[in-house]
Structures are given as C-alpha cells and as structure tokens.
Design a protein around this ligand. Structure first.
Ligand SMILES: [Zn+2]
Length: 192
C-alpha cells in the first residue's frame, strides 16, 4: 500500500495548519499516476516499502500569491540543514543539493507554476519532526541560536556556517540521496 513518507505527511499538515483556506484541489497530491509510473519519479512508491518521497503542494495558499514563493523559498533554505528535504521545484526553478539549494532554472517540461514539488530523502521516511521555518512555525531558518553559542563560549563564525551561507563545500555527493532499490533519483532535472 502506497503511503506518503512521514516527513511529507508532516509538512502537509503544517501547511494545512498555517493556511487553513488553501486550495487542496489538483495538482495537490503525492501518488504518481500512470504517466509518472512510466518513468522514474519520486511520486512512484518505493517497490519495497510503498513509501512515496514527493509531495505536490497546490500553490494557491488562499491569500497572497507571494506566499507560495515565500514558502518554496523558506523550504529551500531549510533544506541546507534539514536533510529530509531532497529538492524543490517551483515556478520554473529548482533548488537541490547540487548548488547548495540555490535556485536555478528548471528545464523540465512542466514548469511547476501551479504547485510546489517537494522531494524528500530517505531520512524523511519515518521522521515526523517539525519543519521549522517562519511561515510554518514562526521560527528562523537554520536557526542556530546565537545566544546559546555565546553561552557555550563558541564563535558562531565556524566554517560550516559560512560555507552554508556562501554556497559551499562537500556537495559533490549527497549522502542522503540514497533512494532505495530501483529509484534512481540522482538527476532531478530529468523529472517533473
Ligand atoms: Zn511533483
């Protein structure tokens, strides 16, 4: 039985809570149709576990058009630290680990203007932790509380922090992008 990964369920619930008037009609969804099944897609259930690692959020969040862009953008920035998020596609752009989640042009056939596509890594299969971004929890993105660092007597300007900001290092291989068995998802550009 196919099921959306736990991280996807969590994100969907948080978006529901934050935008109670949002549009949940198509293209909202997560399970791939016949068209998806014919090709590699995160919307196809993993053959072994039945877990689907992608969620399409309708971009009509019920109020301002900007909110979908803000949501996609905040999720993109969160992905640098929340390794459950694999990549995001919205409005002709994709953000993935490859460029440290900088937006770049998406060249797939479907430009994703009506929905935000969010793919998850294996780490999200069973992890229902909160997605901590301003729009959903009111919390800062990648919020390493400065105060705490000071208390601990550490400088915040560690290399890892600055690398994140400058779009950095260690991105040749995403260790979390290990999809099971036949799901070969190394090339986000190949999918819509
Ligand atoms: Zn999708």
């Amino acid at each position: 039985m196919a099921k959306l990964c736990k991280a996807g369920q969590q994100l969907r619930e948080q978006i529901d809570d934050a935008f109670p008037d949002r549009n949940r009609n198509a293209p909202e969804g997560w399970l791939g149709d016949a068209r998806h099944a014919a090709r590699v897609s995160d919307h196809n259930p993993c053959p072994d576990t039945g877990i689907v690692r992608a969620y399409d959020c309708n971009a009509d969040l019920g109020s301002s058009k900007h909110e979908a862009h803000d949501l996609a953008d905040q999720l993109r920035l969160l992905a640098r630290s929340d390794k459950r998020i694999s990549y995001i596609i919205f409005d002709g752009k994709i953000a993935s680990w490859r460029k440290n989640y900088k937006w770049r042009a998406y060249t797939g056939s479907n430009p994703h203007r009506g929905h935000i596509h969010i793919s998850f890594t294996k780490l999200g299969d069973h992890d229902r932790s909160m997605f901590r971004i301003p729009l959903l929890t009111g919390e800062p993105i990648n919020g390493k509380p400065k105060k705490r660092s000071r208390i601990l007597g550490k400088k915040l300007s560690s290399s890892s922090t600055s690398d994140l900001l400058s779009g950095g290092v260690g991105l040749e291989n995403n260790p979390n992008q290990q999809h099971c068995c036949r799901c070969t998802c190394n090339n986000p550009l190949a999918k819509s």
